[in-house]
Ligand binder design. Structure first.
Ligand code: COA
Length: 334
């Protein structure tokens, strides 16, 4: 059997739109309050794309930051995986990012859809392909403009999401150290009804017409909360145990930013002190697949996350999907 190559997290980047919409602003759309939203979710404001800005613009910036930090030549990039929950274009966000980066080489670029767990899924795929020796440098970019697919009359759902992008450049490690210590992804399609974004399309006019539904995010908030609160804390604890580590070995918990109470449930289960938990949900809401890399890269930028260090990344999303990774964060990645 060929020896597996170690994988390096070489660079990380993020980007969020300039436009801020606060909880108070949302009171112009429906009956709600800052107190109601903040006390149940931990969110005060979110960033939203505006005008012609899209997730591709955000993804381009995040990708450029990650590539720059990695020090890797653009010509040496040999795959782009775009994780998107609310894509601008069904026929490949990955290709659009390739074009925006000015890559002329015909490297593979494609999308994955694992909703808010997309970044962890992308990392898992990248690790597999690099470990096997098939590829050396893979860009995983998570970019979403959820705000374009929200029902802005549904106060139970539209309060939660924001737009943003995050990117991770993963490479074959040149010093024998594997930065992805452990990674795992899961799904259970039996819970697909909890969050959905239908793209029904229309049947051929020569056959019986189908029922066409609007393409907007629908969520059973209580159901999602109950499902995730039940599975995620235990899952993350088991991931640590399987790796042979305890929470004392880990410097940071960098979870998907969906709800502060879910984050606290994971934190409590792991017995981690608050200073080890990276949260920015207050300012960005849930930016789906981008939320983990945004929390990580911004955490480093703001000095909350010190390098070098170790972290648990964990997330969940529609599908339902979930996953976790235990990673080494090297100096200079961000
Ligand atoms: N402002 C004021 N009232 C609101 C409101 C808002 N923004 N949204 C809902 N309400 C009302 C409801 O109409 C309901 O009123 P009723 O009892 O008169 O019918 C009441 O508040 C309770 O609504 P409910 O949906 O049961 O609230 P909740 O306590 O479950 O909180 C969420 C809603 C969305 C904050 C919460 O369920 C949640 O965070 N779930 C997890 C979702 C998630 O993480 N999704 C992302 C997955 S990646």
């Amino acid at each position: 059997m060929t020896e597996l190559k170690p994988v390096k997290i070489a660079g990380i980047g993020y980007s969020v739109p300039e436009t801020v919409v606060t909880n108070d602003d949302l009171t112009k759309l429906y009956e709600t309050s800052d107190e109601w939203i903040y006390s149940r979710t931990g969110i005060k404001e979110r960033r939203l794309v505006s005008g012609n800005e899209t997730a591709v613009d955000l993804g381009e910036k995040a990708a450029k930051n990650a590539i720059e930090k990695s020090g890797i030549d653009l010509e040496d990039l040999d795959m782009i995986i775009a994780a998107s929950n609310a894509p601008v274009e069904m026929y490949s966000m990955g290709c659009q990012i390739q074009k925006r980066l000015g890559i002329k080489k015909q490297i593979p670029a494609f999308d994955i859809s694992a909703a808010c767990t997309g970044l962890i899924y992308g990392l898992d795929i990248a690790k597999g392909l690099i470990s096997s020796g098939m590829y050396k440098n893979i860009l995983v970019v998570a970019c979403d403009n959820n705000s374009k697919f929200l029902d802005w009359t549904d106060r139970g759902t539209s309060i939660l999401f924001g737009d943003g992008a995050g990117a991770v450049l993963v490479s074959e490690s040149d010093d024998g150290i594997d930065d992805i210590i452990s990674i795992d992804i899961k799904s259970d399609g039996n819970y697909d009804h909890l969050i959905s974004l239908p793209f029904d399309g229309k049947n051929c006019p020569l056959v019986e017409p189908n029922e066409v539904k609007t393409s907007l995010i629908k969520m059973n908030g209580k159901g999602v909360y109950a499902f995730v609160a039940k599975i995620l804390p235990k899952y993350v604890e088991e991931l640590l145990q399987k790796t042979g580590l305890t929470s004392d070995d880990i410097d940071y918990l960098i979870p998907h930013q969906a709800n502060i109470r879910i984050i606290q449930a994971v934190q409590e289960r792991l017995g981690m002190p608050e200073e080890k938990v990276v949260t920015n949900i207050k300012y960005y809401g849930n930016t789906s697949a981008a939320s983990i890399p945004i929390a990580l890269a911004e955490g480093v930028e703001k000095g909350k996350v010190k390098l070098p260090s170790t972290a648990i990344l964990c997330g969940f999303g529609a599908g339902m999907t979930w996953g976790g990774a235990i990673v080494r964060l090297r100096e200079g990645i961000c």
